[in-house]
Design a protein. Structure first.
Length: 78
């Protein structure tokens, strides 16, 4: 039995920090279908709005923008 689904090399998880060319993407919370994330332009930036979007949409955005994983969540966090 084979499936044609593409899987990302790293599944999205709470606490991850991704780097794109223009900004960072920090995953704040994950649900079954939705993900809450912040998108600061610089590390340590304060007062950044939290956005909510579908998990597949964010995964597609990260792939399209060639995001690289900067930080993995700590073992006890995820």
């Amino acid at each position: 039995m084979s499936t044609n689904r593409k899987t990302s090399t790293r599944p999205l998880a709470k606490g991850q920090l991704w780097r794109t060319e223009k900004a960072y993407v920090q995953i704040v919370e994950m649900g079954k279908r939705l993900i809450h994330y912040k998108m600061p332009r610089e590390l340590g930036q304060r007062a950044v709005k939290t956005h909510t979007v579908g998990i597949e949409t964010l995964a597609s955005y990260l792939k399209t923008n060639r995001a690289t994983l900067v930080e993995e969540p700590a073992a006890g966090e995820a």
